[in-house]
Ligand binder design. Structure first.
Ligand SMILES: Cc1ncc(COP(=O)(O)O)c(C=O)c1O
Length: 388
């Protein structure tokens, strides 16, 4: 217990001044991110435009570090601006003019993905939203039943952002493939805390940002595409860096780069690539399997404390159905004087950092750098605030 925290905690300065349990929103900054940024500004200052010779190759270097986390090779991964843009890039490769135009996803998905696909209705996409019975999770069978011969793509949320519920995605991928549909997994809430093996899953597309469990800071996300799709995907959203010879500045249309670089569109987020490096290296060294084992023991402890204090757990209890975060409602069984939001505000004021997601509760997200003692402390503080 706490082996990982003992070894790696000192890399994350915020842990000295707060009980930081919000890695599902913004992972703690590794100390080394600061020196990476200094290195970047130094290059910019001293090398000027010549610094691009070091900056462009970073796309592949950092894609490789991210790839290691999801079991992919660097040539099957590239940098994207965010999950919304990644989804738009994929949507722009698809033809919605035929009978196969259905897009199946759930109402528990992070809203941005829903907005994007609804927007794509103007290009012929037909959105099919699968309902949740409890607002916490969605029965995989319901998603499977919604996938049919008219389905073009299934954007799946790997771990639901509000409840931390882990979706069983393997069976969904198999069903989609059996009817000729593609699957795009949003692993934003899973990457870095739930082991992912893109090859074993046989997933078509998987993307995640690095600012949450991957502790890489805001601004960069990465997308994996299965190798046999690379050449056939021709994004309508295209830019000069997606050309095979970007510095030839050929007009009028692109000649796509082979492989993943065709998805680069244009100017890249250089500082964000730098900030992503240190934690991706640390987590690559630890391995997500070890992080998951530790995470499950911490979330189990949160469940036990919740039961003891009569707090409602609005996340699945079974280990194989939960991700790295749990959503707890201290008022879910007995109502105290303060609302759940007020309890969360007070926790933050006392430097126990969590967040509140209406209507289901306070998200508590311990990571490999947290200790069991911190888990107990945050739950006890929640109890004290409720009873105050
Ligand atoms: C599951 C999930 N998907 C996507 C996002 C964000 O998407 P984007 O990268 O477009 O900001 C989040 C949270 O920020 C999320 O929790």
């Amino acid at each position: 217990m706490d082996e990982l925290a003992k070894k790696y905690r000192s890399h994350f300065p915020i842990l000295e001044s707060s009980c930081y349990m919000i890695s599902n929103s913004l992972g703690a900054m590794p100390r080394e991110a600061e020196s990476e940024l200094m290195h970047y500004t130094h290059e910019w200052q001293t090398e000027g435009v010549e610094a691009w010779h070091s900056w462009f190759p970073l796309v592949d270097t950092v894609s490789g570090l991210f790839g290691k986390i999801i079991g992919a090779e660097s040539q099957d991964v590239t940098l994207v601006h965010n999950l919304t843009i990644a989804s738009a890039l994929i949507a722009s490769c698809l033809d919605f003019s035929g009978k196969r135009n259905k897009v199946v996803f759930t109402e528990l998905h992070f809203p941005t993905i829903s907005y994007l696909w609804h927007g794509w209705q103007k290009y012929g996409a037909k959105v099919h939203l699968v309902k949740s019975d409890d607002g916490i999770t969605v029965d995989a069978q319901k998603i499977i039943n919604a996938i049919d011969e008219e389905t073009l793509i299934v954007p799946i949320s790997h771990v639901y952002f509000r409840s931390g519920a882990l979706q069983d995605i393997k069976a969904i991928i198999e069903k989609a493939h059996s009817v000729g549909a593609l699957v795009m997994v949003d692993s934003y809430q899973a990457a870095g805390v739930v082991p992912i093996d893109v090859k074993e899953l046989n997933v078509d597309i998987l993307a995640a940002g690095v600012l949450k469990w991957l502790c890489g800071g805001p601004g960069a996300a990465f997308m994996y595409i299965r190798r046999d799709h690379h050449e056939r995907f021709q994004p309508a959203i295209r830019g000069w860096l997606g050309d095979k010879e970007p510095f030839d500045f050929v007009m009028p249309d692109v000649h796509f780069a082979q492989g993943m670089h065709r998805f680069l569109t244009s100017s890249i987020q250089v500082p964000c690539l730098y900030t992503a490096i240190p934690a991706l290296k640390i987590m690559g060294e630890i391995g997500v399997v070890a992080i998951r084992k530790n995470s499950l023991s911490m979330t189990q402890r949160i469940i036990e404390r919740s039961d003891e204090y009569e707090f409602k757990v609005n996340s699945p209890r079974e280990p194989h159905r939960r991700g790295g975060a749990l959503t707890i409602d201290p008022n879910g069984i007995t109502q105290g004087k303060l609302s759940t939001k007020q309890i969360n505000d007070e926790l933050i004021r006392r430097r126990f950092i969590t967040d509140y997601r209406p209507p289901i509760g306070i998200r508590v997200a311990p990571h490999f750098y947290n200790t069991q003692e911190e888990v107990d402390a945050i739950m006890e503080e929640m109890k004290k605030i409720k009873e105050s």
